[in-house]
Design a protein around this ligand. Structure first.
Ligand SMILES: [Zn+2]
Length: 300
């Protein structure tokens, strides 16, 4: 048996574990990202976390280390350009320094892409054609899989759906550009509403205020972004996930209807279906193993 060591580095949580060659989760740990953020030597810190797993499974049985990260990265997936909420990840050649430190092959991929790979695997979809994932979390995440391969774009920065321009919006986005749709269509937008308008915890915003104009507008903005991509691509499957969709009272039917009315007739409107993501906590870990297996090729 061969194993994949996998790690998902998010702004808040760091998850890691071992995954078997047939993508079964064998061990799983979740800690705060804070200590990695504070560590001067990121390679020493990550290697320290992985050592017990290397001992347990045997270095000769480990195929690689595969990372899933909330970061913009280069097309070769060796450089993290920036990762909001994690210190020291700006222009960090993470894959290279970890390769040197651990002696293992190291792969990395954006978290939305590993999530989509996991969802496709779990649902058992035929991989031909285009499958997209819309993940409404802190930001408006998006991933695209074409004939079984994640589409990365020519510079590695495809699928930045949250950063399409919205006419008339002049506010500055976290990416440094003004007028991105994510300012109005994301968990961040809901956080702002919860704090400044409703004075309630963000996780209760749909439970308490789903019929408010402001909450409806946020959902509509997310739907407009989704409809834009579906209009261009006419995908075979559309998967919807992310923390906002999981929130109590999220108006799923209203979201689906708002996407539908913005699609052309007869198609893609008539063919349009939303399938929900698995929402599994280990999706990024197993998805990272699936990504590495796709790059390294079959075992036997
Ligand atoms: Zn932006």
């Amino acid at each position: 048996m061969k194993y994949y060591l996998c790690m998902e580095i998010g702004g808040t949580n760091l998850r890691y574990g071992a995954v078997s060659e047939d993508f079964q989760l064998l061990s799983f740990s979740k800690i705060k990202t804070e200590a990695l953020s504070d560590a001067v030597r990121k390679d020493d810190y990550i290697n320290g976390l992985l050592q017990p797993l290397v001992k347990k499974y045997g270095s000769e049985n480990i195929r690689c280390l595969s990372l899933s990260i909330a970061s913009l990265m280069d097309e070769k997936r060796s450089m993290c350009y920036s990762s909001p909420n994690i210190k020291g990840f700006d222009n960090l050649p993470l894959a290279d320094i970890l390769r040197k430190k651990t002696g293992m092959p190291v792969f990395m991929e954006r978290d939305v892409n590993t999530s989509l790979l996991y969802d496709i695997w779990k649902k058992g979809y035929d991989k031909s054609g285009i499958i997209i994932g819309i993940y409404i979390g802190t930001g408006l995440g998006n991933a695209m899989c074409i004939d079984g391969r994640i589409y990365r774009g020519s510079t590695g920065s495809s699928c930045e759906l949250g950063h399409i321009p919205l006419y008339g919006l002049t506010e500055e986005c976290g990416c440094g550009k003004a007028g991105c749709i994510e300012i109005k269509a994301s968990g961040k937008a809901l956080e702002k509403l919860a704090a400044e308008k409703f004075n309630c915890p963000v996780k209760e915003i749909f439970k308490l205020h789903r019929s408010s104009e402001e909450a409806k507008n946020t959902v509509n903005m997310c739907a407009i972004a989704a409809a834009t991509e579906i209009t261009i691509l006419d995908p075979k499957h559309v998967i919807l996930g992310g923390g906002v969709v999981e929130m109590e009272g999220f108006p799923l039917e209203e979201f689906i209807n708002a996407v539908r009315v913005n699609l052309r007739v007869p198609n893609p409107r008539n063919a349009f279906r939303i399938e929900l993501s698995s929402f599994d906590a280990h999706a990024g870990i197993v998805g990272a193993a699936i990504n590495a297996a796709g790059i390294m090729g079959p075992l036997h």
